[in-house]
Write a protein of this length. Structure first.
Length: 131
């Protein structure tokens, strides 16, 4: 598998949105292609918004959520600096992960709720064709 680095954040955004839309289209044709992780990533924006609202209502949880996100960001920076030995790359990695997550969620949601219906393929009956 070849991986092509996107030349800009906009290119990464467009690629992730297209991947998410494609996964949602495929999932409408055959539900077995939609795994729980796809749904979790797809509904990530609304779930995150609900989590922030709930955290605002339950103030002790705000500190826990903020600490968890901060620790995750620090872990990503530490891993990237350890592997690449470059702080700039580590910081860009966090931005790229955020762009990819938000783009995937927005593309998935758009396709899930606003796309034209997809015609499912007929199921083969096993009786042969034309008989």
């Amino acid at each position: 598998v070849r991986h092509y680095k996107r030349s800009s954040p906009k290119g990464l955004w467009k690629q992730m949105r297209a991947f998410a839309k494609g996964r949602a289209q495929l999932g409408r044709r055959d539900r077995t292609f939609i795994k729980p992780g796809h749904l979790l990533a797809g509904f990530g924006i609304p779930l995150a918004a609900l989590a922030v609202i709930a955290a605002g209502l339950l103030s002790p949880i705000v500190a826990i959520v903020a600490a968890s996100v901060g620790l995750l960001a620090l872990a990503i920076i530490f891993i990237q600096v350890t592997i690449k030995e470059d702080l700039d790359i580590a910081l860009y990695s966090i931005v790229a992960i955020c762009i990819a997550a938000v783009a995937w969620s927005s593309g998935f949601l758009q396709e899930w709720f606003h796309a034209a219906p997809v015609h499912r393929r007929p199921v083969a009956t096993g009786k042969g064709s034309g008989q």
